[in-house]
Design a protein around this ligand. Structure first.
Ligand code: FAD
Length: 489
């Protein structure tokens, strides 16, 4: 046997697994990363590093961000507790009750301790995620519930610290090593992996294998197969290396599929975003301040309640809705009253701008007459209630077929701006069935000896939609479990 544990992949989940395996006593741990070193780290590198976890009291956050109150006066007053039940309610609501209840309870009940473990054992520095969901109201920062803390330097910092910690605890990492298949013994136990490496095809033997190789979001053929049109044409927000290899390898030996294979996480992103994520841009192409404006498709129509909820409860679903509009292109339109509320990352593109709505519309590719009618009807219907950014203020439209339920101010103050936006895929929801030890089950519903799964490859948690900040915590919870289980396998 070459290694005690082999971990396939080098994102948040896989590196959590590798560190956890060492912590649990595995002596020789190997991480196989398909990407070259300069492209390492999967979607984790591209992520916003935002972490959703349950906590009973704002003081629990001190373990992660002891200086938050000094740096952000009023931090403590602006944060609401996020009990386990609230997290579960959000997950149930987002997934229309379809989340795998057993996995959801594991995720939520271990979420706080696991984020502390990332910080204390993974050595990942944390900070309040000020530039993401936080909004200043009367001088006080209001925070979206549950998703308050992120890794310092976001996904770039998270990934870099995971690699540093894995190396520091003696995990061996091989880049340009893409796993292509699983090796089994006569009893069906997984005993190693086949690998395509710069030295050709190789076999590595191990006591147990952990798969943390991401979903199939970068594989256009699989997108066409499982998600259908127009997903084969979608821009990929993150890594180009998540091609579903880990899923295919596991399915090939009889692993049990789980979760929503027709579903994925996709968000509104700048229409000029590259086809695959750019490492320097990371998640800066996201365009998530739409609750403060109006979205028009090329027919000049609104197609969704922009402010049905806070953006972290709608963005993962609205990306797909935008992709499915004609031309996969829509415009986010704002007026001068809310420009200061747009997330700072809007600054990475230049919007169309004009002093009147009509002038603005003539610059866009949409049907200007229909668009003018839509905006006139919207302005007529808007303005019922008082505008309070950062909290669901109930300021709504009246009489529209597609309402706007919050922050529905009239668009009446120049300058008027429009950001062209498309839908970009983040990760796929279809995965594999695992038990509480993160062990893969077979299609006979029995555990496959020696095989553990974590991260995007775990199926069942997410359907239709997703509460922002859950992917990384789920990766860490099941990665940590997979590593510890594999060490003892
Ligand atoms: C732009 C963007 C922003 C995001 N922001 C957030 C956020 O703020 N908060 C949040 O919770 N989630 C966020 N997400 C989602 C989050 O990044 C993912 O859920 C999480 O990173 C997945 O972790 P993972 O370890 O499963 O996969 P990844 O981090 O994608 O890692 C998969 C790894 O497997 C490797 N690999 C693939 N195939 C093979 C093979 N055959 N052999 C060896 N290695 C292989 C890849 O190269 C990669 O290293 C974001 C995603 C994106 C793209």
């Amino acid at each position: 046997m070459d290694y005690d544990v082999i971990v396939v992949g080098a994102g948040n989940a896989a590196l959590a697994a590798s560190v956890s395996a060492r912590e649990a006593g595995a002596k020789r741990v190997l991480v196989l990363e398909k990407a070259p070193q300069e492209q390492r780290g999967g979607n984790t590198h591209f992520s916003g590093g935002l972490l959703r976890f349950a906590f009973g009291d704002v003081r629990d956050l001190q373990r992660l961000v002891p200086h938050a109150e000094e740096e952000w006066p009023g931090f403590t007053a602006g944060v609401e507790a996020y009990p386990e039940q609230a997290f579960l309610d959000d997950l149930m609501r987002m997934t229309s009750g379809r989340t795998d209840r057993e996995l959801a309870e594991i995720l939520i009940s271990r979420s706080y301790e696991t984020v502390c473990w990332m910080h204390e054992v993974g050595k990942i520095p944390m900070e309040p995620a000020v530039s993401l969901g936080a909004v200043r109201v009367d001088g006080v920062l209001k925070w979206p519930t549950g998703a308050i803390i992120r890794a310092v330097h976001e996904g770039v910092g998270l990934s870099r610290h995971w690699f540093a910690t894995a190396e520091a605890v003696g995990v061996e990492i091989r880049y340009d090593h893409g796993a292509t298949g699983l090796i089994q013994d006569a009893k069906g136990r997984v005993t190693g992996v086949l690998v395509r490496s710069p030295d050709g095809l190789r076999r590595f033997r191990a006591g147990a294998v952990v798969l943390g190789a991401g979903g199939f979001e970068a594989n256009m053929a699989w997108r066409a197969r499982y998600l259908g049109r127009p997903w084969d044409h979608a821009k990929v927000r993150g890594t180009r290396h998540n091609q579903g290899d880990g899923l295919r390898m596991a399915l090939d030996i009889g692993a049990l599929p789980s979760g929503q294979w027709t579903g994925c996480h996709a968000t509104p992103i700048s229409a000029d975003a590259p086809d695959y994520g750019k490492r320097e841009l990371t998640d800066k192409t996201n365009r998530l301040s739409y609750p403060y404006g109006v979205m028009l498709n090329l027919e000049g129509k609104r197609f969704v309640d922009e402010a049905a909820d806070h953006q972290f409860y709608t963005y993962a679903k609205y990306g797909g809705m935008i992709l499915n509009q004609a031309g996969s292109l829509v415009y986010q339109i704002f007026d001068g009253k809310v420009l200061h509320l747009l997330e700072p990352r809007y600054a990475t593109s230049t919007p169309y701008q004009a002093d009147t709505l009509d002038e603005l519309l003539t610059q866009l590719k949409l049907d200007p007459r229909q668009a003018a009618c839509t905006l006139a009807a919207y302005n007529e219907a808007a303005g019922h209630g008082a505008f309070v950014p950062g909290v669901l203020d109930g300021m709504h439209t009246e009489g529209l077929e597609i309402p706007k339920s919050n922050w529905a101010q009239k668009l009446d103050t120049p300058p008027f701006v429009a950001y062209p936006v498309t839908g970009g895929i983040t990760f796929t929801f279809g995965g594999l069935k695992v038990n509480e030890r993160a062990q893969a089950l077979g299609t006979d519903w029995r555990p496959i000896p020696g095989l553990f799964v974590c991260g995007e490859m775990v199926g069942g948690l997410f359907h239709y939609n997703y509460p922002g900040g859950t992917g990384l915590v789920s990766g860490a919870v099941f990665g940590r479990a997979a590593g510890a289980s594999a060490a003892g396998a």
